[in-house]
Design a protein around this ligand. Sequence first.
Ligand code: NAP
Length: 309
Amino acid sequence: MTRQQVEPEQPIYWLGGGSNLLITGDLPGSVVRIATTGVRKVDHHGDQIVIEAAAGEPWHPFVLYCLKQGWYGLENLSLIPGTVGASPIQNIGAYGVEISDCFDSLRAWNYQTGEIETMTARDCRFSYRDSAFKQELAGLWVVLSVRFRLSTVPQPKTGYRELDEEIDRMGQASSPSPEVISAAVCAVRSRKLPNPEVLGNAGSFFKNPRVPIAQAQTLSERFPDMPCHANQDGVKLSAAWLIDQAGWKGFRSGDAGVHEQHALVLVNYGTASGAQLLALSKDIEASVAAKFGVQLEREPVCWPASPGF
Ligand code: NAP
């Protein structure tokens, strides 16, 4: 892409893979799908390697390509739908790893001013499934490419029950290789999460909520089976568990529903509109808030942005 100033009269919506998106109405402007490709090694010192990938590279094939080259660090993020360029937007994460763990920098284009900037992790302000691109920088910058700092030495990250059980089943529990971790993640995800190409969905519809320790303790007394994971930010709850306990798992209204295998995934069985799915999500939020006093936060991006949502 050349350095160029564009002053559109109507908004431009920049699309990656579209897998984290809910379209709730007509869009007043144009949609541009980013389809740039290319992966290259830009630095290699000892066992540290920096890889740059174009924004349009599909994410999962990129992870598999890195694995094949012996560049490790992304294996826990196998089978996440979407593109490389979308990965820093919501700081994608799974099974104890998130993009910010291996992020080096990115190049982004401000299509309104024409600037192209290199941004560091600090500029991106990564947090749990979030970054500055979903907050104060939303809609301003187009990610052109992303650099990842990977290792040529395997550093397996395990510790998630379902992942560990799968690795165990594969007979690899003692020292799983990055390839085994990737295969195990793919197996668990394929079992639990519906393929968006077969059954419309936007992956996890809600973030896993973080609550203060005191609130988690009160909830644990009332709901002793409630999964809790404490860390420096407080206590992380399982949104799927809360939604399941509120009675929504497998719910269906017309073609909008809650997946039977995973309560965190809202599905479109055919002709549900984005607005119907958004309305269902608001009902779920209200019912979880009423039962547990916990406010769920939506993960997918809405187009056009819906006031009040
Ligand atoms: P899960 O494994 O049933 O876990 C539910 C909750 O428990 C999540 O909040 C998870 O945290 C947390 N958790 C489980 N084991 C943990 C451990 N050993 N240490 C710390 N926290 C732990 O969740 P799931 O829905 O099946 O998803 C599996 C993984 O894929 C999760 O990491 C989830 O975040 C990730 N995922 C990400 C996306 C996305 O980026 N859009 C979509 C689908 C799933 P974390 O969420 O912090 O891991």
